[in-house]
Write a protein that binds this ligand. Structure first.
Ligand SMILES: Nc1ncnc2c1ncn2[C@@H]1O[C@H](COP(=O)(O)OP(=O)(O)O)[C@@H](O)[C@H]1O
Ligand SMILES: [Mg+2]
Length: 232
């Protein structure tokens, strides 16, 4: 479902050129749980932006669900994101004074889903993200970090995406809370419907995935399916 072929990304400012991705090629099949791992500055976020249709490569091809999305316009990319992709970020990115349910339902507002349907789907997504019902009407800024990240996961699930992209999702969480969030990703993977891509600089976090693509200085340096997998 994901095919990257010779992807290059170069950032240009007035007098500096940064080659953030160099000849990146790989395939990810439907339903895989993959970590993209590498040190800071290796190009992970750049790659996530391309895989998430937030940005396009300078050259090379990115085919998502049989569609070449490498050179689409911003509005075409936005449409693909809304229909097919869910995002989870390190910093949660929730609306602070807004309830959990409303935060989760928000992407459906943009997708013009009727109100009753929005609520039903938000509740379903919160259950999938193992978020306790007692807190559904709390404001998001009243929650712990681990709970906030579950809200963000539910929000990512609410449009029933085929692809979930998580950029350092445990980066702001303590180890135990992070493990619980990784467990939720593993459970979502076991359901088998979605492709999950987990971006991290920590080998320990990456080992929770079934496959680890290693990046360094903008290049794929290893693609590992034989690591000792951590199941939590
Ligand atoms: N918008 C940008 N403009 C210029 N350079 C960028 C931009 N985004 C990232 N870079 C550079 O590209 C390289 C890869 O960055 P990034 O993809 O953020 O790596 P990572 O997420 O692995 O830390 C770094 O050298 C970074 O400074
Ligand atoms: Mg990054």
């Amino acid at each position: 479902m994901i095919t990257c072929t010779h992807i290059e990304k170069t950032y240009r400012s007035e007098n500096i050129e940064t080659r953030a991705l160099k000849d990146v090629s790989f395939e990810i099949k439907d339903g895989e749980f993959v970590a993209i791992m590498g040190p800071s500055g290796s190009g992970k976020s750049t790659l996530m932006h391309i895989l998430g249709c937030l940005d396009t490569p300078t050259s090379g091809n990115y085919v998502l669900d049989n569609k070449d999305v490498s050179q689409l316009s911003d509005s075409e990319l936005a449409d693909i994101r809304m229909k097919h992709i869910g995002f989870v970020f390190q910093s949660f990115n929730l609306l602070p004074r807004t309830t959990v349910l409303r935060n989760v339902a928000l992407p459906l507002v943009y997708a013009d889903v009727p109100r009753a349907e929005r609520e039903k789907r938000a509740e379903q997504a919160l259950r999938s993200a193992a978020f306790p019902e007692a807190f559904w009407h709390h404001r998001s800024n009243q929650l712990s970090g681990g709970m906030m990240q579950r809200v963000a996961i539910a929000r990512a699930l609410v449009n029933d995406p085929t692809l979930i992209l998580a950029d350092e999702p445990t980066g702001n969480l303590d180890t135990k809370t992070g493990e619980a969030v990784l467990r939720t990703f593993q459970e979502l993977h076991e359901e088998g419907k979605r492709t999950i891509i987990l971006i991290t600089h920590e080998p320990y976090v990456a080992e929770h995935a079934e496959r680890v693509i290693h990046v360094k200085d903008g290049e794929v340096v290893a693609d590992d399916r034989n690591h000792k997998r951590r199941i939590v």
